[in-house]
Structure formats: C-alpha cells, structure tokens
Write a protein that binds this ligand. Structure first.
Ligand code: GLA
Length: 367
C-alpha cells in the first residue's frame, strides 16, 4: 500500500531522517565518551494525519505490516513500539497528541547495524513536530528518541544513534560528546569517500553481549574510582585491572583518544590507520567482532586506495566501513565485495550500501 492509499489523499505532515555509520568511537557513548558518525544517504520517511476513530493506525510499507490500537492502550511489540514510544514521550512533556494515522517506509537496510530504529524514531518525532508545532530542538529530539528505544523497544542503547540521525549529514562527520551532548560537524579527510558493505550476518548476539559489555565497563569504572571510563587518565591503572575489565576499558579509553586525535584535522592516511586500530581493538579487547566482519574489513583494506576499514556499530554482524581515496572508491567497493563473496562455502553474502548502488537510487519511492 502506498501513502496516498493509506491516507485516502495527502498526509497532513511528513518528515524523514537518516541512519548512521560510525567512523570512530564505538561503544564509547555508554561510557560518557566521544564518537564520530556520519549520516547515511538512505532515509526513513514518516507521514501523519489525524485519525478520526479514536484509534492509532500505524503502517510500515517496508514490512507491509499494519498495527491498530485504541488511544488508551499500547502497540504490540515491533516497529509500532518505536513510533508509540515517541508519541507517549512527547505527550509526557505536555503536548496533546491526538490519535493518528502513521505511515512509514525506509530504504535503509534494516538489521545491517545502520540504526534504522533511530531513523524511524527521529523521522516520527520530526513529523510530529511538523504536525503539532512544538518547539523541541534537535538534541531534545535525540534524547526523546533514545528514551523511546530504551523504555518502549527495551533496547538499552546509548545516545549516539539518535544524535547522529537528528544532527548528522552524510558528507561531514558529527563529533559528539556523550556526556555534555556538545556536538559539531567535522569534515572528512580531503579527497576521501566512504564505502559501507553489509556482511549479511544478522546481529543475533548483539543485545545480550551489548548489555554484558556495558556491565563490564561499569565495573571497570567502579574499580578505577571514576564516574565513567571517559574520565580515565591513568593507563597504568587500566592495565592493572582484572580481566575482562582490563581489555574492555583499554578499548574504550583508546577509542576515545582516537576520536580526539581525528577531530584535530588529520590526513586520510592517519585517519585510515585509526580506523584499523579501532577494528583491532573491538576485535581483540572489546570482543564484539565476528569472522565475517574481520574478513570483510580485511578484504576492504587489501584494495588499492583504501586507507582503513573497520566494523561499524555494536558488532556481532552488520556492516563494515572503509575510508577510500575518492578516485578508487567504486572499484575498491566492487573488488572487496567480490573478495568477501568468494569465501568458501555458502556463507552469508555481502551487500554494498554506500556508495548507494545505482539500482537503489532508481527504486526509491518517495511519500
Ligand atoms: C548501538 C547503540 C549505540 C552505541 C553503539 C556502539 O548502536 O545503540 O548507542 O552504543 O551500539 O557504539
């Protein structure tokens, strides 16, 4: 069903928001640290109109799934939880939100670790802001979206994905300080382009391992006597921690330092090196990589023009990102994908996400 059919005409308000690809600073947000994502060119679109039957009606064209519930009850688990969470949290801030018809669709790869959930939340909040005229700023939208994800979708996330979806763009990095929410745009190294390829591996263990790592980081901070790992200055004390806290903390502290170095305006070669180091640290110290992510990152690194590559997002599946000299990007992406797909057996196959494949652009349907 398209939007015109769902609304029986034009919607009263609409908005869109991107996903994110993180370049440096992974698993640092829940340690009050620093990160450096960009937005995806792919976006999620949400359109709204008032509902006149006392019920909320949500329709995802991407999933071809319809959810209906009375205004005083709640959405069943699934994509509706993200939308309902945003609505309820806006209501909790004193905005009267009437029953609505909500239509959403995305050209983001769902489940590739590019934060399609944050994109849905931010697009929903922007559409609500357009419809109802409240004046919440983009940082507050990110904070509400994060609460929606935690309280309604029961995902214990940090703030990076929602900040990136709300404030980043695809061509410039967004520096974020998770403690203060200070943020600013930082240019990509001159003459470089990003490549993003999905491993095709669904992120099964991600949620349970994410929470386990969070607890280990909290324990490391407690043992070090700091509020969060962002406050660590004494690396010798980190090295003296019991395992696995030593390695978890070493990843977080070193990745914060990589972000702080990267925003000083380093060249592409050094930036690429930092991305490689970030991957090795996530693989060996934080232990959230899997063989497919390692193989894909290496396939990318082996291509001419690629300056560095790493897994991006929470891990245990999802995508890799590489920084590439612009003139090599197209051929490097194709060759890395072919190399990854040529591994023995019937393993998962890769999928090029950025640069956006030509067919993807042609198939885009706007609301
Ligand atoms: C997920 C979470 C983010 C962040 C990343 C890891 O995407 O939603 O808050 O913690 O993992 O950097």
């Amino acid at each position: 069903m398209n939007a015109a059919l769902f609304f029986g005409g034009a919607p009263e308000a609409s908005a869109s928001a991107p996903g994110r690809v993180n370049l440096l600073g992974e698993h640092t947000d829940h340690n009050d640290g620093y990160m450096l994502p960009v937005a995806t060119p792919q976006r999620t679109e949400v359109a709204l109109s008032l509902s006149h039957d006392g019920h909320f009606h949500f329709y995802s064209a991407t999933l071809d799934s319809h959810v209906t519930f009375a205004h005083d009850s709640s959405a069943p688990p699934g994509f509706g939880s993200y939308i309902e969470g945003c609505i309820r949290l806006v209501q909790a801030r004193g905005v009267a939100v009437p029953p609505l018809r909500v239509f959403c669709q995305t050209n983001l790869a769902v489940g590739s670790g590019l934060s399609s959930s944050a994109a849905l939340e931010i697009a929903t909040l922007r559409a609500l802001r357009n419809l109802l005229g409240f004046d919440f700023d983009d940082v507050l939208l990110a904070q509400i979206a994060q609460r929606a994800e935690i309280e309604f979708a029961h995902v214990n996330c940090g703030i990076m994905d929602q900040m990136a979806s709300s404030l980043a763009d695809p061509d410039t990095m967004l520096f974020i300080d998770a403690r203060t929410l200070e943020h600013r745009l930082v240019p990509l190294p001159a003459g470089t382009t990003l490549i993003v390829i999905d491993t095709g591996v669904a992120r099964k263990l991600a949620a349970s391992k994410y929470n386990e790592r969070r607890s280990e980081c909290q324990e490391a901070a407690r043992l070090l006597g700091v509020k969060a790992l962002r406050d660590v200055t004494d690396m010798a004390a980190v090295e003296a921690l019991p395992e696995p806290m030593r390695r978890r903390a070493r990843h977080v502290v070193s990745d914060d330092l990589r972000v702080l170095e990267a925003i000083e305006g380093i060249d592409g070669a050094r930036f690429g090196e930092l991305m490689n180091l970030c991957h090795y640290s996530l693989r060996d110290d934080y232990e959230v990589s899997i063989p497919e992510l390692d193989a894909l990152a290496q396939a990318l690194r082996d291509q001419e023009g690629v300056l560095g590559a790493r897994m991006t997002g929470a891990g245990f599946g999802g995508a890799c990102v590489a920084l590439c000299r612009t003139e090599y990007a197209e051929q490097a992406a194709a060759a890395a994908l072919a190399r990854y797909d040529s591994r023995a057996g019937n393993g998962p196959r890769g999928r090029l996400l950025i640069p956006v494949p030509h067919e993807g652009k042609e198939n885009d349907e706007s609301i």
